[in-house]
Design a protein. Structure first.
Lengths: 395, 338
């Protein structure tokens, strides 16, 4: 019995060494354990060091009063709000500037990219100059350029003249009238929607043709519909929509809608800078579609515009989307350069002010990493989903 | 990006550095041969580099006094310029040995940040600076103003308190460095620049037309500024405290760079103890008996440092005010050497 058991154990050890799958599994396991151990050692060491220096730890600070002000927030934020709320304010500001930045950069990037391939030499050269200038200058420099050299030179609030009634361009930002919506304003919007539907129906039912007179009558009727219907609703609901005009009072404008120069400078710089890269991606994508495709479309008798829309663009998009995703991620991460001009983005409010006021570097840096990672992963996820939708099926 | 990196390194250093078994900081400093001192990125009068890269200022001279006490050589200091935002992390992680960067002593910094304040080198308070042509004579008229300030400071919190308590509206625009802040103020982004009053005078020197700007009379906070060290090394903490006390005591007993030799021969027992001809007080700190002689010889006493850097004979021309010795109606008071 004892001899037999000894023999089988030897065989087992023999098989472990011989079986390549089992061997590699064990090696992988050992590596995993090493990584986990290193991580734990780092964590434990940090905890001990913090305890030795009696530095506060944990996430309790999130529910404490922040005590500082923030120049721009999408949700109400006062000095008596908590650090947790400051976290949300910063996050929303980052999402706002990156979201709008992505939209503008995409529009501008596609426009410039297509313009660069244009047969109009002037347009193509201009687009080329745009790309070569903007992508070759440091982004931080461009942010400071917009902030100090462009927006910073606008007149002070007291010296500024209104444009188009009551829009003011000042060194404190752009001020414009704000729509104040009270209860009942939904009626006006409903009337407006109704008018638009009616106009669409009118033009569809009557069809084309009928001469200039008929078109003129239809045009007048449409105009009447879109003005009179909402006007009736407006009066009936007791004037629920009003304009809040900016007004100079003391040091600054009071009322109206104000867009801060920090936000504008960051948005301009991020959009125009990223657009220069997107333009090149777009150009590369379109030029990568074989010339034979265009020729084949032409021999089928398709017009130039239709060729672009139906043949070239769908094939180009497949090549454009993956590098485009990287640009979106870059734009989001680059938005953390906001700190240079005091735009209260997530990095600035949380990994800056909050870190300094609470001193809890490790927790805050860990959370900051997690948040940027999460934003990036969600962006990638959405773009991958879109990429699958435009990719060659079954390829 | 450098800023991001430095916070990162600090976070990593906190995790990876060796635990409590570290040797005493004084021995480490003696071994490496210099003190690593955290200062501002440029605040004339307190810490700023001249055109040759030599650091000068009140906060700088404090670090030089420490080097004089330890090495008998005020040049054995290396300076690390830090933003207000990064200063504590740099100290916590051991990147610097002492932080001498016009830092306000507050309870939370003294406790939950894991730091110890050595004392008060400058009694300051927060004030407001505004363009003369705005015709404002009091901070109470600032309702609705845009205010530029530096992030990561007590200033940022005080200004919020001030306006909140008086139910006045304001807009705060905060920047990372003092230079960015003053640039934005100069460009007209804000009506008001707020900071510690000493800093207002100092930053005003950087403006194109110094005379166009006034500091409003209101002082809205207490800003006791002082050097600080991290928790956990009592000997080092004692040295930082007593170097500051030595500077103040030297002024009180009228020991100056000029009369140092004569005062060394004085029969006054207080002077004898201070200058190490009687007792072994320096050795109790882990230094030499003549530690105060070294400090005064190389750097001068507190009054001399003050006059040279921020006082009437400097471009800042700040009055001694609260920073006079207690014997002259001020607040500067140091425990006795005995």
């Amino acid at each position: 019995m004892a001899v037999a058991a000894e023999g089988s154990r030897r065989r087992r050890i023999g098989t472990i060494a011989a079986d390549p799958r089992l061997r590699s599994f064990l090696l992988q396991l050992a590596l995993l354990l090493l990584v986990v151990w290193l991580g734990w050692a780092f964590f434990d060491n940090a905890r001990q060091n913090l305890a030795n220096q009696k530095i506060a730890t944990g996430f309790g600070f999130l529910s404490e009063t922040a005590g500082f002000g923030v120049s721009q927030s999408l949700i109400p934020f006062a000095e008596s709000s908590t650090y947790g709320r400051a976290f949300v304010v910063g996050l929303l500001n980052t999402l706002l500037v990156s979201g709008l930045g992505v939209v503008f950069a995409t529009i501008l990037g596609f426009a410039v990219g297509i313009a660069r391939m244009s047969s109009n030499v002037l347009l193509a050269r201009l687009a080329g100059a745009y790309v070569e200038t903007l992508r070759n200058l440091p982004l931080l420099f461009q942010i400071l350029f917009w902030y100090l050299a462009v927006l910073g030179t606008l007149p002070s609030p007291r010296a500024s003249e209104p444009v188009l009634g009551s829009i003011y361009f000042t060194s404190r930002g752009i001020l414009m009238p704000r729509l104040v919506l009270e209860s009942g304003s939904a009626f006006v919007f409903a009337a407006l929607a109704l008018a638009i539907v009616a106009i669409v129906l009118l033009w569809q039912r009557t069809g084309r043709g009928g001469g200039v007179a008929a078109t003129l009558i239809k045009g007048l009727a449409s105009l009447a519909l879109i003005v009179i219907l909402p006007a009736i609703a407006f009066v009936a609901a007791g004037a629920p929509i009003s304009l809040d005009l900016p007004e100079l009072k003391g040091f600054n404008f009071v009322g109206g809608l104000r867009v801060n120069p920090e936000f504008l400078a960051l948005l301009f710089a991020l959009s125009t800078y990223t657009a220069s890269f997107i333009a090149e991606i777009v150009r590369a994508g379109f030029l990568a579609v074989p010339r034979g495709q265009t020729e084949a479309a032409a021999s089928l008798g398709l017009r130039r515009a239709s060729t672009l829309r139906l043949i070239i663009a769908p094939q180009a998009m497949r090549l454009i989307v993956p590098p485009l995703t990287s640009q979106y991620l870059n734009l989001t991460k680059n938005s953390s350069l906001a700190a240079a001009i005091g735009y209260p983005d997530f990095f600035y409010v949380f990994a800056g002010t909050t870190l300094n006021q609470t001193g809890q570097a490790i927790e805050i840096i860990a959370v900051t990493m997690a948040v940027y990672l999460a934003i990036s992963l969600v962006t990638s996820l959405l773009m991958n989903w879109y990429n699958r939708a435009v990719a060659l099926k079954g390829a | 990006m450098k800023r991001v990196l430095s916070i990162w390194m600090a976070a990593v250093a906190l995790g990876a550095s060796a635990t409590a078994a570290d040797a005493a900081l004084l021995d480490q400093v003696k071994q490496k041969g210099f003190i690593q001192c955290g200062v501002t990125q440029g605040l004339p009068g307190f810490s700023s580099p001249d055109d040759k890269g030599n650091w000068t200022g009140l906060d700088v001279d404090y670090c030089r006094a420490m080097a004089a006490a330890i090495f008998d050589d005020p040049s054995k200091v290396r300076f690390t310029p830090l933003t207000a935002k990064d200063r504590f992390t740099a100290l916590q992680s051991g990147e610097i040995d002492v932080l001498s960067r016009n830092t306000t002593w507050t309870l939370s910094r003294d406790t939950s940040l894991g730091l110890n304040f050595a004392g008060i080198i400058y009694y300051d308070g927060q004030g407001f600076m505004i363009r003369k042509d705005k015709k404002v004579s009091s901070a109470l008229e600032l309702s609705g103003a845009s205010i530029c300030t530096q992030t990561g400071t007590t200033t940022e919190l005080n200004v919020a308190d001030f306006f909140r308590a008086r139910n006045m509206k304001y807009e705060v625009v905060s920047f990372t460095t003092a230079d960015e802040t003053i640039k934005a103020y100069d460009a007209g982004r804000c009506d008001v620049f707020t900071s510690d009053v000493s800093q207002l005078y100092s930053m005003r020197l950087k403006l194109a037309k110094t005379g166009d700007h006034v500091v409003l009379p209101e002082i809205i906070s207490k800003e006791p500024l002082g050097p600080l060290v991290r928790h956990g090394d009592d000997q080092w903490f004692d040295i930082t405290k007593w170097v500051l006390f030595a500077l103040i005591n030297a002024e009180e007993l009228n020991v100056t760079q000029k009369n140092l030799d004569e005062q060394g021969k004085s029969p006054n027992p207080e002077l004898k103890r201070l200058l190490g001809t009687e007792g072994n007080f320096g050795e109790q700190l882990g230094l030499t008996r003549d530690w105060v002689v070294r400090i005064v010889k190389h750097v001068g006493n507190y009054g001399e440092i003050f006059e040279r850097n921020v006082g009437a004979s400097s471009p800042l021309g700040i009055e001694r005010g609260l920073n006079r010795l207690w014997t002259k109606g001020g607040l500067q008071y140091a425990p006795p050497v005995r």
